[in-house]
Design a binder for this molecule. Structure first.
Ligand SMILES: [Zn+2]
Length: 309
């Protein structure tokens, strides 16, 4: 039997833990834990202790069932400093600065822990689960509460020199646009994330609804709801055109909750992408919506643990 890893996919309002054997998740647990709220309602040091306590408690329970686990990989929604593995900053978990998640968890669970950006982990998971040849690459964009991105280049996860590579959600697509959690204005995630879709719809209709409720309205023909998804699709396509011009990777996977509404976005997306791409690249992009469900984040985090430790 091969060595087991644990992969953890941490989100703003919940996290998922999986025991991974090769490409199979042999055990999975979803934990409701609103880390975003904890960060917004507590001092940063108190919030951090609470996040480590909750995470290590669950991991210790899983490890007691699977003691043969050799290492743990964590996909975390934030900028991860490649020099020391610290979480440098997390736009959706405000207040956290230079926290040592890997070190604090290693102490609490007595196993090697590596931490990587959640979207990079998902990108690596998609790459493995899709059985892509090791010399090829993949661009991943996850449309959730925010928008994350990950790049696999020649089979290797590409984090950048400061851990900021592929922060695609913060590519500015609208001049003087909405204020973003990163401090700039007009970032793509202010339009193409679930939160962005809610804001667009609210600007148009005055009503505050969740992105999935807006998708239902759009399917029934509501023009404001359709516009909110058009705005999301165009912003995403603008950003992708820039990314492809820089990295020249043909395979693109769109994941995250908003990707379930892809049929509402595909026409506007393709139109904008073709308009913005260098003409010779039109038709060369192989884009698909993630078909791995929630598995990629867990499998990718586990494979990063295997890859790095
Ligand atoms: Zn931003």
């Amino acid at each position: 039997m091969g060595l087991l890893q644990i992969g953890v996919d941490i989100g703003g309002t919940n996290f998922r833990v999986g025991v991974v054997n090769g490409l199979d998740i042999i055990y999975e647990q979803r934990v409701n834990a609103d880390f975003s709220k904890i960060c917004k309602t507590h001092q940063a040091d108190v919030a951090w202790k609470e996040i480590v306590r909750i995470t290590s408690e669950i991991l210790n329970k899983v490890l007691s069932q699977y003691p043969e686990v050799s290492s743990i990989g964590i996909g975390f929604p934030g900028f991860i400093d490649p020099k020391n593995g610290y979480v440098a900053q997390s736009p959706n978990l405000p207040g956290l600065l230079n926290v040592d998640l890997a070190g604090d968890l290693t102490k609490a669970i007595r196993r090697p822990v590596i931490v990587e950006n959640d979207a990079l982990a998902a990108a690596f998971g998609e790459f493995q689960l899709m059985n892509i040849p090791s010399g090829e690459g993949l661009i991943y964009m996850g449309l959730g509460t925010g928008v994350g991105g990950g790049l696999i280049e020649s089979g290797k996860p590409f984090a950048g020199e400061h851990g900021f590579a592929m922060e695609v959600g913060h590519i500015i697509t609208t001049q003087n646009g909405r204020l973003c959690g990163c401090g700039n204005y007009g970032c793509m995630e202010q339009y193409a994330s679930a939160t962005g879709i809610t804001k667009s719809y609210e600007d148009l209709s005055g009503e505050h609804l969740a992105a999935n409720e807006i998708a239902e309205l759009a399917k029934r023909g509501d023009l404001n709801a359709k516009s909110a998804y058009d705005i999301a699709a165009k912003s995403l396509a603008q950003a992708l055109a820039h990314i492809v011009k820089v990295v020249d990777v043909k395979r693109v996977v769109i994941g995250g909750g908003v990707s379930q509404a892809w049929p509402l976005m595909i026409d506007s997306f393709n139109k904008q992408l073709n308009a913005d791409l260098i003409p010779v690249l039109r038709g060369c992009i192989q884009l698909e919506v993630s078909s791995t469900g929630d598995q990629a984040g867990i499998v990718g985090a586990a494979w990063l643990a295997k890859f790095k430790s």
